[in-house]
Design a protein around this ligand. Structure first.
Ligand code: BGO
Length: 271
């Protein structure tokens, strides 16, 4: 059976440019089932049995836009073998918000750190080795515009897919939140697959209505989950969705501080 590679990233991260580069003329365009969102797929050049699916450009895997729902349903239900997450290196803080969520789905993933030509031109640097360790996935620096690194990213993706190296997010939420996530995971582990367990636990913690409907838990377990969530909301004096969102932002801003050196800011701090 062939390999399915999904391209995921923010709008304007260079996804289309990368997709065109990797597939050449072997593209086919359709719609995602039931919606008028364009679906593009193609064959990886030189790999007849490797299909690349270009997912809609999105900022998050929340249930609030059609594009987000199409993307997450595809990732959860169709289970591509590997994700290439295209990240705009010149806008990394915003882009990593999606990255941290993609990592939680449990599909092998490689990051294509794109627009590195612009990054270099701006005189900014990213410590890729550190970033890779913090995020928990391999990173290939690319310039989709110049075609640099694209083939390497795709080849890395093929290897990860063949080895079935599951993404392991290195990010953990606060201890109290992690405790609730484990308790939720325990309550749903016989209903959802082990691979996606963390993703589902986080979504239920966020009271994601679409996911609740999808997994259709017995009422008693839904009530138990709700009680756990209410408890921590009272403790932390915040709603569960904001708890997750805020912690993601804090975590990402910490990573960016550690890994990104902006030319202008470094000048300011050394003068
Ligand atoms: C325009 N480096 C540089 N420098 N540019 C890149 C790279 C890269 O690595 N990758 C992509 N771009 P999409 P989504 C444009 O279209 O692939 C550029 O939304 C323009 N167009 O060429 O469309 C790419 O699919 C006029 O730029 O992204 C494109 O993810 C002036 O980033 C843009 C300048 O890429 C978005 C740029 C009429």
């Amino acid at each position: 059976m062939g390999i399915k590679i999904a391209l995921a990233g923010n709008p304007n991260s260079g996804k289309t440019t990368m997709f065109n580069h990797l597939t050449g003329s072997s593209q086919y365009v359709g719609n995602w089932p039931g919606v008028t969102v364009e679906k593009k797929a193609g064959k990886l050049k030189g790999h007849k049995d490797t299909e690349i699916i270009d997912l809609p450009g999105i900022y998050s895997l929340s249930p609030y836009t059609l594009e987000e729902v199409v993307t997450r349903n595809y990732l959860i239900e169709e289970k591509p073998d590997v994700i290439i997450n295209i990240v705009d290196s010149t806008n990394i803080e915003r882009n990593l918000y999606l990255t941290t969520q993609l990592m939680e789905i449990g599909i092998p993933m490689v990051m294509a750190l794109n627009m590195t030509d612009v990054l270099r031109k701006n005189g900014d640097t990213i410590d890729v080795h550190k970033l890779s360790k913090y995020i928990g996935c391999e990173i290939i620096e690319t310039s989709a515009l110049k075609g640099e690194g694209c083939k390497e990213a795709a080849e890395k993706a093929v290897v990860l897919a063949q080895k079935k190296v599951k993404a392991r997010p290195s990010h953990m939420f606060f201890e109290e939140v992690e405790k609730v996530l484990s308790a939720i995971a325990d309550l749903i582990k016989d209903v959802v697959g082990q691979d996606n367990l963390r993703w589902f636990a986080i979504k239920l913690f966020e009271r994601d209505q679409k996911v609740m409907e999808q997994i259709n838990l017995p009422q008693e377990r839904q009530d138990q989950i709700e009680k756990l969530i209410e408890q921590i909301e009272n403790e932390l004096d915040d709603d569960s969705e904001s708890i997750i969102t805020n912690e993601r932002y804090n975590y990402i801003s910490g990573i960016v501080k550690e890994c990104v050196q902006k030319k202008n800011t470094s000048k300011m701090t050394t003068s």
